[in-house]
Design a protein around this ligand. Structure first.
Ligand SMILES: *Cc1c(COP(=O)(O)O)cnc(C)c1O
Length: 449
């Protein structure tokens, strides 16, 4: 598919906008803004978005997102017709996103009662839900069974004990196994190695499978694996498919998610086609030809479609040039958690030459709250708008209330129009869970009344 360049003229001298196109959303473009060349997403300028919704703000390019979903669904179906693509919803657990997943024909992965509630609120059909997790509680399993969950991915034998107690109807099950692939990624994102906390080693799978096959209400369908996240070497996915084939012959093989995405212009990622070629080639070689093949991408579905918009609060020239913005690791936790590198651009003045190398820092009380060590930017001023590209995955997910930060809003943009799908938290939201302390009078608690 021909990609339209975001600029209607060549990248201005002294900027890296030409390169940054690879990490900006597909529907990014340049418009004339109040301060000159300005970045627009989905045809809406960042100045207008900041004014209407405030900052920090998660902006999702809806057309680019839907196109990426179709690349996965159509691409897998062309190569392996008996297949299904599941959206790993932890990468963007927003009701507006679950609804798009449902509309585009994705099944949905959830892990826990919270994601179940969000998916159901979006109208996702319960039979399209797949319930993951290494520590599902009785309450959560009951919620999922009551909702009519499609498939439960069993992690361990304690979970089978629970299901033996709770099942009242036939239930489809998969078993998560450890495929013995040490993913080449940050340690916090590797889940397929022999010491993984997720799933059972292949040599213990047989016993769990026998238990499920013997139980009258357990419909054991096959095996599941997931080797980790932000994986850039597609051979690792192929290796996992080969390894899992040794567990046995089943109707279903779910080979997980984990395809890496391009965050910085100097570190490209495999395309969806390259990824699908790798896993389907391995499936043709190692899996039964009539098996159903499932994949569970999360990050690679949503990352590029999203950017986060911030406003510059302070520019300080001390031991270094510090450009401080109105967000931080409360809304961009991945940087501290996984050391992921990102790009940034001054989105309200994109034509200006990038003359400085700055410390782009957040506002949380941690020196590790450093977005970019040496970000090339034009000379930033208080009030400028900064865009962090490729933050559509896991940024909203991991947002938290560090320093009393309010979780940002999410807005979808398309064809020059924006719509709010998740509002910003308010101070009232922040106070709400503390109502017991606020409402109890100091005298009452002192007397124990
Ligand atoms: C997180 C997760 C995924 C998605 O991983 P991505 O790297 O976001 O594609 C898929 N399956 C399972 C079981 C997961 O835990």
């Amino acid at each position: 598919m021909a990609q339209q360049h975001p600029l209607d003229h060549p990248a201005p001298a002294g900027t890296r906008l030409g390169e940054l196109w690879s990490v900006l959303p597909e529907q990014a473009s340049r418009i004339e803004g109040p301060a000159g060349g300005e970045l627009a997403i989905g045809g809406v300028g960042v100045t207008a978005l900041a004014e209407q919704y405030g900052t920090p703000l998660h902006i999702m390019d809806e057309d680019g997102l839907r196109r990426q979903i179709r690349r996965f669904i159509d691409g897998l179906r062309e190569r392996w017709p008996n297949s299904e693509v599941l959206f790993a919803s932890k990468s963007l657990p927003a009701v507006g996103m679950y609804r798009i997943a449902q509309e585009e024909g994705l099944a949905v992965d959830i892990a826990g009662g919270g994601e179940l509630v969000l998916a159901l609120a979006a109208g996702v059909a319960p039979e399209r839900l797949h319930f993951h997790g290494n520590a599902k509680t009785d309450d959560e399993l009951r919620m999922a069974l009551d909702a009519g969950i499609g498939t439960i991915i069993v992690d361990n034998e304690d979970e089978l004990d629970r299901l033996e107690r709770l099942l009242e109807r036939p239930q489809k099950l998969l078993l998560r196994v450890i495929p013995g692939v040490e993913a080449e990624t940050h340690a916090s994102q590797a889940t397929g190695g022999d010491k993984s906390k997720f799933g059972l080693p292949m040599d213990q799978a047989g016993r769990a499978i026998a238990r499920m096959q013997a139980h009258p209400l357990m419909e054991f369908e096959g095996v599941h694996l997931h080797i980790g996240s932000q994986i850039l070497n597609t051979r690792q996915f192929a290796q996992a498919v080969e390894n899992i084939s040794t567990v046995g012959t089943f109707p279903v093989y779910d080979v997980g998610g984990g395809l890496g995405v391009q965050y910085t212009y100097d570190e490209p990622a495999p395309s969806v086609d390259e990824y699908l070629d790798a896993i389907v080639a391995a499936a043709r070689e190692h899996l039964p030809a009539d098996a159903k093949l499932m994949i569970e991408p999360g990050r690679s579905v949503v990352a590029r479609a999203g950017v986060t918009l911030y406003r510059v609060v302070s520019v300080k020239r001390t031991g270094d040039v510090f450009v401080a913005i109105d967000g931080g690791l409360a809304d961009q936790m991945d940087i501290a958690l996984t050391a992921q590198r990102y790009e940034a651009l001054l989105a309200d003045r994109i034509d200006e030459p990038w003359t400085e190398s700055v410390q782009l820092v957040g506002r949380q009380c941690e020196s590790g709250d450093l977005f970019i060590d040496g970000a090339p930017l034009p000379e930033a001023r208080v009030g400028d708008l900064v865009v962090m590209p490729a933050t559509g995955a896991y940024a909203y997910t991991l947002s938290n209330n560090y320093n009393g930060a309010l979780k940002p809003a999410i807005v979808f943009v398309r064809d020059g129009a924006s719509r709010l799908v998740t509002r910003r938290e308010t101070y009232d939201d922040l106070l709400a869970t503390h109502a017991p302390a606020i409402e109890s009078s100091p005298t009452a608690s002192q007397t124990g009344a």
